[in-house]
Design a protein around this ligand. Structure first.
Ligand SMILES: [Zn+2]
Length: 572
């Protein structure tokens, strides 16, 4: 207990111990692609200050025994968006459900839950995130997390400077994620407008419309060029969304530093790979994001083990809402569209994978990026789907390690500051119990996450709120996943009948038996109609759809203590 308290204090309240020594561990050198056994790593004021055999512990240093363990750099997600939650209502330009859930409400959620998402990133060992398209308000929010050990280091841009703006994002003021460029003068002015907020880089959304991609791309090129020139003049790198071969090529020729997606319309050739290599452009392939939209709209998204473990359950559960959206015609239209276009989607996926394989073989710098925040692509947990897809396209584990650490730093031009276990670099490190070079899944075996020089046990970084716990069991219920459903409940859970207040079930084992029907049920969906939260108590008004089309209504009351649901009242 005392040890736990100490951990919580280090993680949450006290300044970092100035000195930290990790003894006798195997260092993962992601640049040389080799393991260095029996190393001591000395960290001082958040920076790796020495690596070697049998270093002398400075007086007052915190000492961690790293024997039998592996020390790797913290992970980097090179493509996320904090203005998007990963839930169903987050991209009204992709599916307009503003009648069911106003967009202002969605934006309010993303701001209010940025800290919760950041804690989840750190807990999973993702110690740097690159937000490639945000708003002025998020730029200001970044600054409030700068010195927090629970938060990854955030590299972020202001609004996306775009050649096309979806109408739904108009007139959102300081929360508008897009700035539409119509002239080169406007393009330069938009770069200048972001500078007072100190963006870490500038982002362009290079969209081509219509059939003639080539001419459309060339029409917008002067504005793309103007942004790149203006940003570079001000010492800012430029990331570009360019998913066609033509836009990708033109942006790299114009000086783009980071391509935030792979090319998906045609196979790239050797000269394209050569161009990226010669210019030193970093590319983040984002292999899973498009498929996730299809899975959600086709109502075929099944949360992964990592979704249950790492994702914020509220947006995750919203993916099930298509079952109860009142505009059933709209829902059906989207579902049919996905079903009709499975072959086209498969073809695009094949091109993405093939192109990544070619670029890796040619030696282009690849950075792992998820596009987290888009509908169906959850913050934190989608990282593991992305890694699996990258591996599927032929990348070996060492290449994945490089792409997920030092190459993420290269994406923002900070490879001298972080991304490797190296003297002089920021101490963002993971001490693992399993060998991370054998399988990327071993990256989840985190004993200590060291963020900005502060060592924390992963679970001490996040204390889920009562709402998060209620939604964690709700999404697992909707996914019909018994073990994930039981996870947020305490071992000595008590279930009461709401009308009689009589204890019905006590203990998790009894609860497991009572809910074993989740393993076999076909239709079962709990639709949340209303919710009240008062301190550690959550009161949900629910509508449950069951096999045979029957619907039942009732209240569920959850009482939370020490990060678990300890008592619950269900209608009979
Ligand atoms: Zn994106």
């Amino acid at each position: 207990m005392r040890q736990l308290l100490l951990l919580i204090f280090y993680g949450w309240f006290l300044p970092a111990p100035a000195q930290l020594l990790i003894r006798n561990t195997t260092v993962v050198d992601v640049e040389a692609k080799k393991l260095l056994p029996a190393q001591d790593v000395w960290i001082q004021n958040g920076i790796v200050s020495g690596i070697g055999k049998k270093l002398t512990a400075p007086a007052g240093a915190q000492i961690i025994d790293g024997s039998g363990k592996y020390l790797m750099p913290g992970l980097v997600d090179a493509h996320v968006h904090f203005f998007q939650s990963g839930g169903l209502y987050t991209r009204p330009d992709a599916i307009d459900l503003r009648k069911a859930n106003p967009y202002e409400k969605e934006m309010a959620w993303t701001h209010a839950n940025m800290e919760a998402l950041l804690r989840r990133y750190t807990r999973a060992g993702i110690t740097s995130v690159i937000d490639v398209g945000a708003t002025e308000i998020f730029l200001r929010q970044r600054d409030s997390f700068r010195n927090k050990s629970y938060a990854p280091t955030i590299y972020i841009t202001g609004p996306l400077l775009t050649t096309y703006e979806p109408e739904v994002y108009n007139k959102l003021g300081a929360d508008e994620p897009f700035s539409l460029m119509k002239t080169t003068t406007e393009a330069r002015a938009y770069v200048q407008k972001q500078i007072p907020y100190k963006p870490d880089f500038i982002k362009i959304w290079y969209i081509v419309l219509g059939r003639n991609k080539d001419s459309s791309a060339r029409t917008s090129l002067p504005m793309v060029q103007a942004v790149i020139n203006e940003a570079h003049k001000n010492g800012l790198r430029v990331a570009v969304h360019a998913t066609e071969r033509i836009t990708a090529q033109l942006s790299v020729e114009a000086g783009a530093d980071l391509l935030v997606h792979g090319v998906e319309d045609e196979p790239v050739d050797a000269s394209f790979a050569q161009l990226l290599k010669q210019k030193g452009t970093v590319l983040s392939p984002t292999l899973v994001v498009a498929g996730n939209y299809n899975k959600v709209f086709g109502q075929a998204y099944t949360p992964t083990a990592e979704d249950f473990r790492y994702a914020h359950p509220t947006p995750l559960n919203s993916l099930y809402h298509l079952q109860s959206i009142k505009d059933t015609a709209l829902v059906k239209r989207y579902r049919n569209y996905v079903l009709r276009n499975t072959d086209a989607a498969k073809k695009e996926d094949t091109i993405r994978w093939m192109n990544l394989k070619k670029l890796v073989k040619a030696g282009v710098t690849i950075a792992t990026g998820t596009d987290a925040g888009n509908i169906g692509t959850q913050h934190v947990s989608s990282y593991y789907d992305e890694l699996a897809a990258m591996q599927g396209s032929g990348m070996d584990t060492w290449s994945l390690l490089e792409a997920s650490t030092i190459n993420g730093a290269k994406a923002v031009g900070r490879e001298k500051e972080f991304g490797a276990v190296k003297k002089g670099m920021r101490a963002d490190l993971l001490l693992l119990t399993k060998n991370p070079t054998e399988d990327f899944r071993a990256w989840q075996s985190i004993d200590w996450v060291i963020n900005k020089g502060v060592a924390m046990k992963p679970d001490s970084v996040l204390q889920p709120s009562p709402v998060e716990l209620a939604d964690q069991q709700l999404v697992a219920y909707n996914a019909h996943n018994l073990e994930a459903f039981l996870a947020p409940y305490a071992e000595d859970i008590e279930i009461y009948d709401l009308s009689t207040n009589k204890l019905q079930v006590k203990g998790k084992e009894a609860m497991r038996k009572q809910y074993s029907f989740l393993n076999t049920v076909k239709t079962l969906y709990c639709n949340l109609l209303n919710r009240m939260v008062e301190g550690n108590v959550v009161v949900d008004h629910e509508e449950i759809w069951m096999d045979g089309g029957r619907k039942i209504y009732g209240l569920a009351i959850y009482e939370v203590k020490d990060g678990k649901i300890v008592k619950v009242w269900f209608p009979e």
